[in-house]
Design a protein around this ligand. Structure first.
Ligand code: GDP
Length: 188
């Protein structure tokens, strides 16, 4: 099965009737600038569905996309950015924390996106631990894998695997489309 249609439904900052819809929700989370928007565009084969930006922290809402008219992709705001005011940072952290851990919404899977070259940051690992503690179904995506030198590939993936306790990690690149089939299968 493939992604045949993808539409932006709306951006929200809190509770919404869409979250009560009986269509499954697949959640995307990651540090700001990790390439989440680009990944959404690659997955859905659209140029501008999720607005990409080189300016971290611009997306300050939960963006909802309807895929194949059958499930939602929930794009949570990026965490861990440095260049936004503390109040904004706090607002975003609260929103993420609310949706993932307090809303009671029954989402199906969380795709945690990390930067393959940077490796897992303290924020990434803290997010992973919280998700596991809350018994969420997590898939880790090591993004921007094209940025690694060929010789560093295996070593870095191994390091990432270890950091996530040998949990499944999908190496991914929007540039080369590596991992696209694997991730699509996971999501659908
Ligand atoms: P977001 O803040 O997580 O939504 O990040 P964006 O999707 O806006 O991407 C941030 C930057 O990373 C942009 O300059 C993208 O072009 C770049 N980027 C995203 N995915 C990839 C990738 O797979 N490989 C490389 N080399 N760069 C990427």
């Amino acid at each position: 099965m493939n992604i045949k249609s993808a539409v932006f439904v709306k951006g929200v900052t809190g509770t919404n009737e869409i979250f009560e819809d009986n269509r499954p929700q697949i959640v995307l989370i990651g540090r700001s600038n990790v390439g989440k928007s680009t990944l959404i565009n690659t997955l859905t084969n659209q140029k501008n569905l999720a607005k990409t930006s080189s300016f971290p922290g611009r997306t300050q809402q939960i963006n909802i996309f309807l895929i194949n008219n059958s499930f939602y992709l929930i794009d949570l705001p990026g965490y861990g950015f440095a260049k936004v005011p503390p109040q904004v940072k706090e607002k975003i952290s609260k929103m993420i924390e609310w949706y993932l851990f307090r809303s009671g919404y029954d989402f199906k899977k969380v795709i945690l996106i990390i930067d393959a070259k940077v490796g897992p940051t303290a924020d990434d690992l803290a997010m992973y631990d919280s998700l596991r503690l809350a018994s969420k179904d997590v898939i880790v995506v090591a993004n921007k894998i094209d940025k690694l030198k060929k010789g560093d590939h295996l070593k870095q993936i191994e390091k990432i695997n270890q950091a996530f306790e040998n949990h499944r990690v999908i190496p991914f690149s929007a540039e080369t489309k590596k991992g696209l089939g694997e991730l699509t299968k996971e999501i659908i």
